[in-house]
Structure formats: C-alpha cells, structure tokens
Design a protein around this ligand. Structure first.
Ligand code: NG1
Ligand code: ZN
Length: 557
C-alpha cells in the first residue's frame, strides 16, 4: 500500500467516526444493529469488500439489510465470488475493522492484513455489487458503503438498487461465471425453468386436485415488490400478493415468515375469508419462505415450515433419481448419486424421522446458513433448510454435466422416455433453485411446481408427517458469549452445570428435547423445546429459560 492510498483511507475514515461503547460482531448474517449506529460499520465493510475483490480478483457483493428484524434496524453482509457468504476466514478481520477505535487504528489494521494476505493493488481493478432492501435507512448506508469502496484505489461500486438478498447473491455468482447478471435475466431463468417443470408434469395429474391460487404475504418488504414483477413472467400460476408494502404497512410488523413461523398465527391482512387456502409468507429480504393454511378457529394456522419444504423437495428429488437410475443401474452404467440432507437442531424431530425413514442421509450443523451450505456442497445434490424457511438445493457441477450428457444420450436412444423426463426435471430444478443462497422466490416456484406435478393440496403436503409440538423463547442476558455449545449446538459446554439442569428438565417430558444457544443476530440466548404436547413443550421451554436466567440473567441490574 503506497502513501497516497494510506492518505485517502485516513481522510475517508475520519468522516465515519465509530460510535462509542458499541461492540459489533459479524454474526450468523453479517453485522446487524439499530440503523442509527451503523454508518461507520458499513463504510468499513465497503473497504473489506473492495479488499476481498482485489484478493479474489472477482466480483464481490455487499447487501444492506436486517432481514426479519424490526424496520429501525439495519445490517450489512458480504457475498463471496461463488455467491455464498463471506469466507469464515475473513470474519475475524471484519470484526476487528468494525471495532477499530479510530481512523489510525483502522488503517493500521488494514495495512497489516493486506501484508498478511499479500493483496496486490493496481494489478486488477475491484468490483463490488451493492444492493439494499426497502428499509428507509438503506439509502444513506449504501452511500457509506460506496465511500468505503471508493477509498480503495481501483475499486468500483456498482449499485444494483433495491433487490432481495438472494437476487444480489445470484447476480454476484452469475457475473463471476461470465453470465448475464441483470434482474431481467434472473426473472427469465426462474420463469423458464418453472415453465419447463410445468411442461414435464405427468399427463395424468388432474389440474383440479389443488386450488390454483396462491396467496402470499410479502412482509411489507422487497420480496412482495419483486414477486409482483416476477408474476408478469409466469403464465401457469395465479398469485395474490398482500403486505407488499405499498399500502403503508410496516416491514416485518405482524407480518412475514419469521413472525408466522415463530408465533404460528396469521399475518396481518389474512383472516376468516382465507380459511383452507394455500398461503405463503416471505421474510423482509426474501431469503426465507414458509407456507401456511388458515384454520377456521381464531387466528390459528397450520404452519408448513422449512422442514416440510425440505421434505417435499427431498421426496421429489429422490423420486426423480430413482426413475433416472432404474435403467441405468440395470445397465451397470448408473451414477451413484450422493444425495444429502442438512438440518440444524431447530429441525422438528418428526421431520428428521421422516427423512431417515425415506432412507436419506441426514446431517446436522450449527445454526447459520454458512454452515449448512458448506455441508450441502459436499454432495452431488445437497438439500439444506433451516426450520425458519431458509434453504436451497445445491447441485455439484460434475453432476449437472453428467445430467446434460445423459440428456444428449437419451435424445439418441430413447427420446421422450420417462428417464429423459426425470433428467430434464432435475436439470430444471438446478436452474430454478438458487445455487448461491436460500431464495424465497425460487423456493416458492419449486414448491408450486412440485404440488402441481403431484396434484397435491397444501393439506396433503402437510400430512407428510405431523410436527412435534415445539416452543421457542428468548432470554435477555448480560453477555450472550458466556454460552458456549458443542455438537451442532445440542450441548452446552459453558457455563458448566447448565447442561445437566437442561437434561434433568427434559427427562420429565415424553419425547422431550431442548437446547439453548446464543443468537448471532440479537443480544439474547435462544431456547428451543419440543415435547409430545403443546403444553409440555411450553412448560419445558419456560423452565429451561428460567434456568438460563438464573445462570446468566440480567438479575436486578
Ligand atoms: P440467530 O439470531 O443466530 O438465531 C437467526 C436464525 C438463523 C438464521 C439467522 C440469519 C433462528 C432460530 N435463527 O439467527 O437460523 O436464519 O437469523 O437470518 O431462526
Ligand atoms: Zn432474511
């Protein structure tokens, strides 16, 4: 780094002083906090993104969003060249940048890091795609990110405007693969592959088996807006969008996937007129998706969560693989496809049982899509989902090329055969479903395609298995980092003695299961409990939460 570069950085950094007394950490989904204290953090992440682009010599993404958090919060996260989350190796650097005391401290850290990573300046230019959700604070934070990027000589910021988080990740991935990365290209890819799946529907599936119409809760955020646009590209499907943010509703307030999944009640804008209908809910940046059906009594719903979306996807993929492999295996030229399922401790126990009964390999990782994604990428087809509705299906490049080759072979030997259709369906899924991150819009189209393929109603889908009753609670503590867990977050290692108490409580309930972990996005300890009845799950969660409070609580302070 030359003198001129150092001078530019010092000058720019002095315009973004860090607020006193705030310590931020790059958690499960980047930095998140009240928007009013975030400009210096976003400015610094802009610098980090530019350095990452110089290091990888590829396009990097920077997204400004706080997903399902309240509208006054905001956040920032970085997308790596593959379109996935920022490599975990750089997270400590992100933490130290965000917490550097002043401009001098910040520049000292940058100089050290640049040396350690051997980042070359002036060899190639850096490019960063910038996106934001609909939060009012997004515009000024985006400006802070631009200034961070511009303080690295040779770095260029490309503003892609208001987009969903998965759109930005998709664009980064596409750019780095030398493909079209515009929003129109995204809509076209989704609608074309959806159309392909519709064309390949079995003839015998009667269209009337399910209601045609889908009603979507857009969380008053960017997802509703984008779905309105995507709708124009879709012929075969009727979508009614509510809470699109246009009529003055507040982002994530009583609406959205997080609210629906955690509270298990209808979002605003839904009511008795929707009883029995197939409904879906997106979160604030449209990377989560859950379905639900409104029940006749009060505001209760049948929740069809991420675990059930995962199960539907797994069932469909497994069916297609078995059609495809039937003849191949007999001809001894089959491909031993490795299909893997990845869940977290939040997955409903009944879903894990169901998937295992299908004969599938189920793996567990800690919470946070970076962990799930990494694990799923080890398979030819890896399906991962968090219960909250964030997930996708990853196809290995090797498997996709094998499928393409197979399709050409079928053209010559058995055009139009069931095997060829199965291969084409799998290829269409690999294009429809976002390969970079979980994407509510592409997930929604895949659910809709599979339900139409099978001729299933939401009720039929929901009956794949019955969820064990569960309850989630949060406990505010003085220091959430005091809780350390192991075994994919199922065991508390610190504070010592707490796990023993949780075990003792859990043992009191048939089919009881409970665990705690520090949140990566809020200053709380999360408590999860599952048991054979709702009352038992509530009681178990409550008593575990009380113990957490006794061990770590804020007390009278
Ligand atoms: P934290 O706050 O670490 O629990 C939440 C979700 C994660 C993930 C991130 C990112 C739960 C219990 N946790 O993380 O699964 O989606 O937000 O959005 O839903
Ligand atoms: Zn989200």
């Amino acid at each position: 780094m030359d003198e001129q570069q150092i001078a530019i950085l010092l000058e720019a950094a002095s315009r973004f002083p860090r607020p006193q007394g705030v310590k931020l950490s790059y958690g499960t989904a980047g930095f998140r906090a009240d928007a009013s204290i975030l400009s210096s953090t976003v400015f610094r992440v802009g610098i980090l993104a530019a350095l990452r682009s110089l290091k990888t010599q590829a396009v990097i993404g920077l997204m400004i969003t706080a997903s399902h958090n309240q509208v006054s919060d905001n956040g920032v996260k970085v997308a790596d060249p593959s379109g996935g989350m920022l490599t975990q190796e750089w997270e400590p650097f992100a933490d130290s940048l965000a917490n550097a005391i002043d401009a001098e401290d910040l520049v000292r850290l940058i100089i050290e890091f640049v040396k350690k990573e051997n980042i070359q300046f002036g060899v190639k230019s850096a490019e960063i795609l910038l996106g934001r959700d609909t939060r009012p604070s997004g515009e000024s934070l985006l400006e802070a990110a631009k200034q961070g990027i511009n303080s690295i000589v040779g770095a260029v910021a490309t503003d892609v405007g208001v987009v969903t988080t998965p759109q930005l990740h998709w664009m980064v991935r596409s750019r780095n693969k030398g493909m079209q990365a515009s929003e129109a290209a995204y809509f076209e890819q989704l609608s074309n592959s959806f159309g392909c799946l519709m064309d390949l529907k079995p003839k015998e599936t009667t269209a009337n088996v399910m209601d045609d119409k889908l009603t979507v809760d857009g969380a008053n955020g960017v997802g509703g807006e984008k779905l309105e646009e995507l709708k124009n590209f879709l012929k075969e499907i009727v979508i009614d969008i509510r809470n699109s943010g246009k009529k003055g509703g507040v982002l994530n307030e009583g609406v959205g996937a997080d609210y629906v999944q955690k509270e298990k009640v209808v979002p605003h804008g839904f009511g008795p007129n929707d009883v029995g209908m197939r409904c879906a809910s997106l979160d604030g940046d449209a990377d989560r998706l859950v379905y639900f059906r409104v029940l006749s009594e009060s505001n209760k719903i049948d929740l069809v969560d991420g675990d059930k979306i995962l199960s539907l996807f797994a069932l469909f993929i497994q069916e297609q693989l078995s059609i495809l492999n039937k003849e191949n295996m007999e001809a001894k030229n089959g491909y031993p496809v490795r299909l893997g399922i990845v869940q977290t401790a939040y997955a409903n126990g009944a879903s894990t049982d169901y998937l295992k009964k299908l004969g599938l390999e189920v793996m567990f990782t800690p919470t946070g899509v970076k962990y799930l994604h990494e694990k799923a990428a080890e398979y030819d087809i890896g399906i991962y989902f968090e219960a909250n509705g964030h997930g996708t299906i990853l196809f290995s490049e090797h498997f996709v090329s094998w499928l393409e080759g197979k399709n050409i072979e079928f053209d010559k030997t058995s055009k139009g055969s069931e095997q060829q259709k199965a291969a084409l369906r799998l290829l269409a899924v690999s294009k429809l479903i976002n390969q970079a991150v979980g994407d509510a819009l592409s997930g929604l189209l895949l659910v809709e395609a599979i339900l139409r393929h099978k001729g299933w109603s939401i009720q039929r889908w929901n009956e794949l298995y019955q969820d064990l009753p569960s309850r989630q609670l949060k406990v505010k503590v003085a220091d959430r980092t005091a809780v350390v867990t192991a075994n994919a977050e199922t065991v508390v290692v610190k504070p010592s003695g707490l796990q023993k108490v949780i075990d003792a409580e859990t043992a009191k309930y048939p089919q009881g299961r409970s665990f705690i972990r520090p949140s990566g996005t809020e200053d709380v300890i999360r408590v999860y409990a599952e048991a054979s009845t709702q009352e038992a799950a509530e009681n178990l969660a409550k008593s575990v939460a009380q113990h957490v409070d006794q061990f770590l609580g804020l007390g009278s302070n």
